[in-house]
Design a protein. Structure first.
Length: 216
């Protein structure tokens, strides 16, 4: 049966988080369509992956027999994350925009799973795996908006997830999430509500289509 790797990275818990709310909706539909499937869940805010260290980094370029005990321990933690990615039939990532980029915890996970000669290179080991990223943001950074040039979430993840890891990437983008909290954005509330509704619809549709595709 198919396995879903579900990763959340928002520091805001529960339904107060836009990205978590949408990934939860995706997962609910996935599980409804695929009740006997497996879900591997990582909450990078509650249980952060350590930022890459010299030992973990250098171990990736050393033969197993040449690694120090510290390198072997650090590399084993990377391998666990890599194997979760390789075993997944689909990946779901919550990636809210913090200061124009992804949370540092998500970057730490990416630094661990990106290994040249295995997950990256000529034949990435997870190549072709579908990944849906919920890229929520407080404002709008869509083409044609004043802050288009500050969009470093989708651009970065496009380069890493599709360009380097070879994953089959799709985005869901709930935007203007600060409109209901920031009085200066109150006139944007209808646009925020429409974006939120569309994100939930996209999550349900994509989860259903993906679950059916993988179990066909």
């Amino acid at each position: 049966m198919a396995t879903l790797l579900h990763i959340d990275s928002s520091v805001i818990p529960g339904e107060a988080s836009s990205s978590r709310s949408v990934t939860a909706a995706f997962r609910r539909t996935w599980e409804e369509q695929h009740p006997e499937g497996t879900v591997i869940y990582r909450d990078l805010a509650a249980a952060p992956v350590p930022h890459i260290t010299a030992e973990a980094w250098l171990a990736g370029y050393a033969a197993p027999a040449e690694r120090t005990p510290e390198q072997s321990t650090a590399f084993a933690a990377r391998v666990k994350l890599i194997e979760e990615l390789e075993q997944a039939d689909a990946v779901l990532i919550g990636a809210p925009m913090y200061n124009f980029s992804i949370p540092s915890t998500l970057k730490a996970w990416l630094d661990s799973v990106l290994l040249l000669g295995r997950t990256a290179g000529e034949a990435p080991s997870a190549q072709g795996t579908p990944v849906v990223v919920v890229a929520s943001r407080g404002g709008s950074y869509a083409p044609g908006t004043p802050r288009e040039g500050y969009e470093f979430v989708q651009n970065y993840l496009e380069a890493v997830l599709r360009g380097t890891l070879g994953l089959d990437l799709d985005f869901i983008v709930p935007e203007l999430t600060m409109a209901s909290r920031n009085p200066a954005m109150s006139d944007l509330i209808p646009l925020y509500e429409a974006s939120r509704e569309r994100a939930f619809e996209d999550a349900a549709t994509k989860a259903k289509e993906l679950a059916q595709r993988l179990t066909a």
